[in-house]
Design a protein around this ligand. Structure first.
Ligand code: HEM
Ligand SMILES: *[C@@H]1O[C@H](CO)[C@@H](O)[C@H](O)[C@H]1NC(C)=O
Ligand SMILES: *[C@@H]1O[C@H](CO)[C@@H](O)[C@H](O)[C@H]1NC(C)=O
Ligand SMILES: *[C@@H]1O[C@H](CO)[C@@H](O)[C@H](O)[C@H]1NC(C)=O
Ligand SMILES: *[C@@H]1O[C@H](CO)[C@@H](O)[C@H](O)[C@H]1NC(C)=O
Ligand SMILES: *[C@@H]1O[C@H](CO)[C@@H](O)[C@H](O)[C@H]1NC(C)=O
Ligand SMILES: *[C@@H]1O[C@H](CO)[C@@H](O)[C@H](O)[C@H]1NC(C)=O
Length: 322
């Protein structure tokens, strides 16, 4: 018994240490166990029923969480509406096609009835993004820690400054990810989110039609695929599946496409220009390898500059500060 208790203590101490080192901040597993025991089930229920009706939703919610976390940390600042005085993140240029706000609103409304002013919008977003992607598998594909609190500020200018441009080269991406505590495996794995969802032609039109200003095409893009894209991009407003033929399935096909020089943005293609990144991109063609790293990287991304304890607030309505 004594030995058992002792090793249990040791194990707990190790876990606590491990926990602190790996995840920074004070996020916890099942943070709402006592304060709102059904919170995670409610998030999953609503998310799954919305995804069942709209297969485009996982991409929307996943991207929403990324935009939240890269600007002022994961504090639900991306969910705030502009006010008379300030233009919010969601009204900045990189906002193209941000969607899914109504799903977060529906979950929040239900949780405000279940346990008022308890579950943060930032946690709802992190859980809903995970659950939306997980729907296709019928089980949670990565663990989400919770205990985030909501911020009170959202500035369009910060979205513009902090979200990498799709025209970024490798060193720029590496730096912008490093600024958020994310390393090269994180950058490559998280870029694999582009295995689902769509992009507007205007985002990558230069690669097709005017790469160096001479009506030319980016030579790093597979010529046959470039021809297909040119035909599909008769209007800059058209949308293209980022992982052709597989853009509604969360899989590792993005990395296969990438290896065939069919990455859609410069920011995708450029991952092959760095030796280490290219190696990771090759490893992640195996779904299980990709998934394991994606889960780790999502937990790191989900912990960027989080507000915890008494910081920030628990918003009553995700679109406005209390
Ligand atoms: C590496 C830097 C990144 C750049 C430059 C980038 C840029 C973009 C752009 C320009 C779009 C297309 C928007 C449109 O035309 O509608 C897009 C879509 C998307 N991005 Fe990224 N992104 C990056 C990283 C990420 C990360 C880290 C995630 C999530 C973990 C993510 C998830 C998505 C998803 C799911 C979509 C599809 C959205 C939809 O279907 O509406 N991206 N991204
Ligand atoms: C979740 O959905 C299931 C099936 O629709 C239902 O039985 C269950 O009560 C729901 N749970 C919550 C917490 O809403
Ligand atoms: C914003 O402006 C509108 C119309 O000018 C006004 O009705 C509203 O009260 C203002 N809202 C805030 C938060 O100041
Ligand atoms: C994006 O910003 C524009 C204005 O800059 C705004 O009209 C539009 O509603 C925004 N989109 C979203 C999804 O908030
Ligand atoms: C192509 O790019 C050049 C240089 O950036 C620009 O001056 C020109 O207007 C562009 N042409 C078209 C058709 O967009
Ligand atoms: C590029 O194409 C535009 C429109 O087709 C044409 O007006 C322009 O002269 C071309 N520029 C070059 C550098 O070929
Ligand atoms: C997508 O499917 C079409 C036909 O269904 C095929 O011609 C094309 O090669 C496929 N593209 C990729 C990238 O697999």
């Amino acid at each position: 018994m004594r030995t058992c208790g002792f090793s249990l203590l040791l194990a707990l101490a190790f876990l606590a240490l491990h926990h602190g080192v790996c995840h920074g901040g004070q996020l916890k597993k099942i943070f709402y166990l006592k304060s709102c025991p059904r919170a995670e089930t409610i998030v999953r229920n609503i998310t799954w029923s919305r995804v069942a009706a709209n297969p485009a939703l996982p991409a929307k919610l996943l991207r929403l969480q990324y935009h939240d976390c890269f600007v002022r940390g994961c504090d639900a600042s991306v969910l705030l509406d502009s006010t008379n005085g300030t233009s919010a993140e969601k009204d900045a240029i990189p906002n193209r096609s941000l969607e899914g706000f109504d799903v977060i609103d529906e979950i929040k409304a239900k949780l405000e009835v279940e346990c008022p002013l308890t579950v943060s919008c930032a946690d709802i977003l992190a859980l809903a993004a995970r659950d939306a992607v997980s729907f296709q598998f019928g089980r949670a594909m990565w663990g989400v820690l919770s205990g985030r609190r909501d911020g009170r500020v959202s500035l369009a200018s910060e979205a513009l400054d902090n979200l990498p441009s799709p025209a970024s080269d490798f060193n720029t991406l590496k730096q912008q990810f490093a600024d958020n505590g994310l390393n090269i495996p994180d950058l490559v794995a998280l870029s694999g989110a582009h295995t689902i969802g769509v992009a507007h032609c205007v985002v990558f039109a230069r690669r097709l039609f005017n790469f160096t200003g001479n009506n030319d095409t980016d030579p790093s893009l597979d010529p046959g695929y470039a021809a297909t894209l040119k035909a599909q991009c008769s209007s800059p407003r058209n949308t293209i599946g980022m992982d052709p033929n597989s853009s509604s399935s969360f899989d590792s096909h993005y990395f296969v496409t990438l290896s065939q020089n069919q990455g859609l943005f410069t920011s995708d293609a450029t991952l092959l220009t760095d030796k280490r990144a290219a190696n990771f991109a090759r490893f992640y063609q195996k779904f299980n390898v990709f998934l394991a790293q994606f889960g780790r990287s999502m937990r790191k991304m989900g912990a960027i500059a989080v507000l915890t304890n008494n910081e920030g607030e628990i918003r009553k309505n995700c679109r406005a500060v209390n």
